[in-house]
Design a protein around this ligand. Structure first.
Ligand code: AMP
Length: 483
């Protein structure tokens, strides 16, 4: 699937670079070892951060016909154990210095993997051994923002064909030149990372990883960013919001940046407007999709026209091979992007995956409408709450809060009395902390929303907590309010 020039750089950080030749040789050697040493019928867990060795491991697994399960090194031990219990993996490959917390059967540490990869005797497996067609290529465990730890985590099985349909779309329809430098910021256990990893490698591109130690430290982040020489930006909108806090984050310091690809959460009008202003020569794309439909299935470039005519941005039109239908307000995705189901979980698979007009289909749990061929995301169905009998879309309240000039960001969560919602609490990042005023804010909000939608409590914060995947962590805020 990859035929890039061997001397080209596939991975570059300020400290290290690696060529395609290295990637091919190391993954060939490791794939031979996997073929000879691991049972054929099980996935392999690959544990670590954004190291080059992680990519070597992924490629080695699929060359040896084994699906891989990426687990990020920041994953809480309890969740790693829960994933391993579901996965029934044959081995764990540690891609970095971080060691797995606990007992996980056969574990290969980074040093052992390096030893195997260094055996450059030219041995490789025949292409017929590699994952292909409907075989599972990777398994990504969903973030648990809606399920939490109490339920067993669900591992989404994405096939080779699913992945090719996605990657071919990104490389064909977005006008991204081959050999581009791609931001790799999302952890590999978040399927947003698939949007940079495989399209970059399949077009002779260079991955520019940004580890969490850097993204968590603003000074380091703002120092490192301009030096990456990025052409393609892939992240959640929340991460772009952080970068926009640096006034020098613009087309002047990032002259090569021509494509922003956003997915994973709502792209707010304010974020897109700031980006188009600071990067007048770059295209800003809003993509939408769940892990269960292979990363993303819709796209729309956010133009000046869309910004002028829309308050809440559309998520766009479906990719080739995919149909979107709305059934009872819910977005249903049909076609060749729909994944195979959940690993070792027939019950959950049956509940969410089905056949619609002869095609594989998935119930997203997202509310949506289609107008003029464009899909509009209307919030999670499970973020619809009832307060004193009124149906409220929490994201709707957030949307109106964020439109106020005095608000930079906001998240609204329910406060419960048993199972019943008693009131709403808004966490608000004020535009100017000095002049932040709860009463005035509520008054402003009353001008655009019904009284019952105005949150009872407003808590001013410096920034909203983000989940491991870089989305606003509503679960943490719900816990905080209901502690
Ligand atoms: P995940 O499987 O972690 O990627 O989460 C998928 C969910 O993120 C979707 O079902 C949506 O609820 C949300 N999501 C993804 N992309 C967008 C988008 N562009 N706008 C709004 N919500 C989105």
């Amino acid at each position: 699937m990859m035929n890039s020039k061997e001397g080209a750089i596939c991975y570059r950080t300020p400290e290290e670079t690696h060529t395609y030749a290295e990637l091919y040789a190391a993954s060939d050697a490791l794939s031979v070892w996997i073929d000879e040493n691991l049972p054929a019928d099980g996935p392999v867990i690959v544990y670590g951060g954004l190291e080059f060795r992680m990519i070597v491991c992924f490629l080695a697994c699929v060359k040896a016909g084994r699906p891989y399960i990426p687990i990020d090194r920041h994953t809480p031990p309890e969740r790693v154990r829960a994933i391993a219990e579901v996965a029934r993996h044959t081995a764990v490959l540690e891609g970095g210095a971080a060691r797995l917390p606990g007992e996980f059967g056969r574990v290969l540490a980074a040093g052992e993997i390096d030893g195997i990869c260094a055996r450059r005797d030219g041995a490789s497996l025949p292409a017929s051994k590699a994952v292909s067609g409907s075989d599972t290529f990777y398994i990504i465990f969903t973030s648990g923002t809606t399920g939490g730890l109490k339920k067993a985590p669900k591992g989404v099985m994405v096939s080779y064909d699913n992945l090719m349909s996605f990657t071919n779309w990104i490389l064909r329809d977005f006008g991204i030149p081959s050999g581009s430098v791609w931001l790799a910021q999302a952890p590999f256990s978040f399927d947003l990372s698939v949007m940079n990893l495989w399209p970059a490698l399949m077009s002779g591109g260079t991955l520019a990883p940004l580890e969490r130690e850097v993204t968590d430290d603003f000074t380091a982040l703002f120092r490192v960013l301009p030096g990456l020489g990025l052409r393609v930006w892939v992240s959640t909108p929340s991460f772009a919001d952080i970068c926009l806090m640096d006034p020098s984050f613009s087309g002047e310091t990032q002259p090569d940046l021509s494509h922003f690809l956003f997915c994973g959460e709502e792209l707010l009008h304010s974020t897109a407007a700031k980006l188009t202003e600071r990067f007048p020569n770059a295209a800003v794309h809003n993509l939408y999709g769940p892990t269960e439909a292979t990363v993303a299935v819709t796209d729309v470039p956010i133009t000046a026209g869309i910004l002028a005519s829309h308050d809440r941005l559309p998520v766009g039109a479906a990719k080739p091979g995919t149909d979107i239908v709305i059934i009872d307000d819910e977005i249903i995705i049909c076609g060749d992007s729909v994944a195979k189901g959940y690993l070792n979980n027939a019950e959950a698979t049956e509940a969410a995956f089905f056949t619609y007009q002869g095609k594989p289909a998935y119930r997203t749990g997202d509310a949506g409408v289609i107008e003029d061929g464009m899909l509009y995301f209307k919030g999670r169905l499970d973020f619809q709450i009832k307060l004193h009998g009124y149906r409220i879309e929490l994201e709707d309240v957030e949307h109106y809060l964020c439109r106020l000039p005095s608000v930079n960001a906001a998240a609204v969560v329910p406060k419960y009395d048993g199972y019943k919602v008693k009131s709403l609490t808004a966490f608000v990042v004020p535009a100017d902390p000095e002049s932040a005023d709860r009463k005035a804010l509520k008054q402003e909000l009353r001008e655009t929303v019904m009284e019952y939608m105005v949150p009872h409590s407003i808590i001013f914060v410096e920034r909203l907590p983000l989940s491991q995947n870089g989305k606003v962590n509503r679960r943490a805020l719900i816990d905080e309010v209901n502690a």
